[in-house]
Design a protein around this ligand. Structure first.
Ligand code: IMP
Length: 192
């Protein structure tokens, strides 16, 4: 079974990726804990590529990385690649409140979640990449208890629910991350 190192220190992310990639027979492993990669890219894809490439080179194995976040049209794409550290807030609830305060009662509520995924060969060359986008709107106040991050304010009109109100299987199917993995899997199946 081929080994794929996940360029994250978060075991939850390995579990999530393992579920998406279950059909492919790769053995997913966490990156070594002492290997820190700085996210210096300017786009989600640049960050995913540099994380995958550096982890592959350092371990001599195939590596996978993702990078994702929320882009709000009326805020010129903020928080974007800074989604995880927006406003220097310390929690998801504070970051979401910061976003709502910045957006205030702006009439344009359009937003999208973006997820980029990259897979690098052991020499660090990027072998595969994919991107998924999920369109939605920012509600004036949070709704729902599921998910994480900005989920309670991200509303999908066609489902009449926020991400935080959706059953996990539905979110996985329609989300930016789900779409990015769905387009990656056929490419990955032929590379294994
Ligand atoms: P990363 O891809 O784990 O670095 O995610 C970056 C940040 O984007 C997270 O910390 C969240 O704030 C936000 N984010 C990414 N995907 C989601 C999602 O599916 N729901 C809510 N927030 C998300």
């Amino acid at each position: 079974m081929a080994v794929l190192i996940v360029a994250t220190g978060n075991p939850g992310k390995v579990k999530e990726m393992a579920a998406y990639l279950a059909s492919l027979g790769w053995e997913l492993r966490l990156k070594p804990p002492n290997l820190e990669i700085e996210e210096t890219g300017h786009t989600f894809l640049e960050n995913a590529c540099l994380k995958a490439s550096q982890v592959a080179k350092a371990t001599g194995e195939w590596a996978i990385a993702d990078d994702s976040g929320l882009e709000v049209e009326a805020l010129n794409g903020e928080p974007g690649i800074y989604s995880a550290r927006y406003g220097n807030c310390r929690s998801d609830v504070e970051r979401t409140q910061h976003l709502l305060t910045k957006l205030a009662d702006h009439p344009n509520r359009k937003a999208q979640f973006v997820c980029a995924i990259a897979i690098a060969q052991p020499d660090g060359t990027i072998a595969l990449q994919s991107e998924g986008i999920c369109l939605g709107e920012i509600l004036p106040a949070p709704r729902g208890n599921g998910g994480f991050g900005y989920d309670p304010v991200f509303y999908l009109p066609e489902h009449q629910m926020t991400f935080a109100e959706m059953p996990a299987e539905l979110k996985n199917a329609v989300s930016h991350r789900g779409k990015a993995f769905t387009s990656l899997i056929p490419q990955l199946a032929s590379a294994n």
